[in-house]
Design a protein around this ligand. Structure first.
Ligand code: SF4
Length: 449
């Protein structure tokens, strides 16, 4: 296997002088130059080494089962696999200069530093989709994130604009946990319990409103749009649930059980009122009585990045760093959210750190690339990831400067590579579900880089 060519730099333990690059950290671990630990030393290799293999590849989702038929990426040309970091940087900069306003490059918060530095905007998935929408003059939008994010950008951009995902293997294991066939089947089974799903009761409520997290396929967003439902993000989930409870007696929430549970619990819904729906079991594994009494039916999905965080890690951080401020993402399990000082979206975490006026120690429970970049950008604070094992998102990792250079140079040569297109019959209802969310609560602005 060919390794990613990265210059090793020692990394201080948080605070001043933190190296923002997780790639360099992993290279240092593999070379024995760092005492830190990684969940998989294969992360030191180029992601192209895993494109032809089944599975999510090394990183947090490596133990998850990938659906049959998930997109695979064809072989990246050798010139990009063998190029040095400096060469790739130079090629990306040159291609972007040639393309000018014809292209917008979007970088998710969880992308590696070596990609984010080339992004025109950095943000969460919905902020970035809106950044794409704000550039109707661009012929192409290169989305350095995962598949569902590129789909959302396609939904919100102009029909003639090409949305490009640099590596087609960059899916999302959580989004893959709810496929459209399973959701349709669930809906049919719920209709057997609740009767006519469009009928309103004496309070003007339908039996169930489907709510999908932004981290889901366009097909699921389309399903939600067709059935009177709505999309949510981690920053507006409570507003969206309030919207849904004004219209329905219950909510079917997918794919992330943790975001659904944490949000509904904060709104006063009891755990008994939140049965789980496991798509591999009849009636999702719940009883008819549990479903009758349900307020929120939680899909059995989760994010393997955020599932790594534990209460023990928080206890350790508090013992070793008295006064530490612990902030975790609401995709973390309930016990972790309860043990933390605060929970919030990636944008919430960023703003909390940037808004702290006194030097503070932060222990953060979210993807390590964002944590490490925040630590480097805010040297007045000590910031560290709660998880001591360096284990980035397996699929965000699949985007590498080599793929970014490849798709940008393709555009320079008049070739649109890896275009993501949502078919019209899915796109129309999916847009309705997104528009309902926008009407409920507009998103915060993305961060121009
Ligand atoms: S961090 Fe979790 S939800 Fe986000 S892309 Fe990775 S697996 Fe999916």
């Amino acid at each position: 296997m060919s390794a990613v060519n990265i210059v090793l730099q020692p990394r201080p333990a948080g605070g001043l002088g933190v190296d923002p690059s997780v790639d360099r950290e992993i290279q240092a671990i593999v070379a024995g130059a760092s005492t830190a630990e990684t969940c998989n030393t294969d992360l030191a290799d180029g992601p192209w080494n895993f494109d032809a293999r089944p599975g999510y590849g090394p990183g947090s989702s490596m133990g998850d089962i990938i659906p049959t038929g998930s997109p695979r990426q064809g072989e990246l040309p050798l010139a990009y696999r063998e190029a040095s970091d400096d060469e790739l940087d130079a090629r990306i900069i040159a291609a972007k200069k040639t393309l000018g306003d014809r292209v917008v490059v979007l970088g998710h918060f969880y992308q590696r530093e070596e990609v984010v530095r080339h992004a025109d905007y950095v943000g969460d998935s919905f902020q970035l989709a809106n950044a794409a929408k704000a550039h109707p003059e661009a012929e192409a939008i290169v989305f350095c994130g995962v598949h569902f994010m590129a789909e959302t950008a396609d939904l919100l951009s102009q029909p003639e604009q090409a949305v490009i995902l640099p590596n087609l293997a960059a899916g999302c294991s959580m989004a893959d946990m709810a496929d459209i066939d399973q959701v349709e089947e669930c809906w049919e089974q719920l209709a057997e319990i609740y009767g006519d799903m469009d009928a309103v009761d004496q309070d003007g409520l339908v039996p169930v409103i489907p709510v999908t997290y932004m981290n889901s396929s366009a097909a699921i967003k389309g399903f939600v749009g067709r059935h009177g439902g709505i999309v949510c993000t981690s920053s507006n989930a409570q507003t969206v649930l309030e919207w849904a409870f004004e219209r329905g007696r219950r909510v079917l929430f997918f794919p992330d059980q943790h975001l659904g549970r944490n949000t509904a619990k904060a709104m006063g819904v009891t755990l008994e009122q939140m049965p789980m729906w496991n798509p591999r079991k009849p009636l999702g594994g719940a009883s008819a009585d549990e479903l009758e009494d349900a307020r929120v039916i939680l899909w059995h999905g989760f994010c393997s990045v955020h599932r790594r965080f534990t209460v023990e890690q928080i206890d350790k951080a508090r013992a070793e760093h008295p006064g530490v401020r612990v902030i975790v993402h609401p995709e973390c399990p309930m016990a972790v959210v309860d043990a933390a000082d605060e929970s919030g979206s990636t944008d919430y975490i960023r703003r909390a750190i940037e808004g702290a006026t006194e030097p503070t120690t932060f222990a953060i429970g979210t993807e390590v690339n964002l944590v490490q970049r925040l630590a480097a950008a805010n040297p007045q604070h000590e910031i560290f990831c709660l998880d001591p094992v360096v284990c980035p998102c397996s699929t965000m990792y699949r985007i590498h400067p080599g793929y970014l250079a490849w798709v940008l140079e393709g555009l320079v040569n008049g070739e649109v590579l890896n275009r993501i297109t949502v078919p019209a019959d899915v796109a129309d209802p999916a847009r309705i579900a997104l528009e309902r969310m926008l009407a409920a609560k507009p998103p915060a602005a993305p961060v121009p880089s």
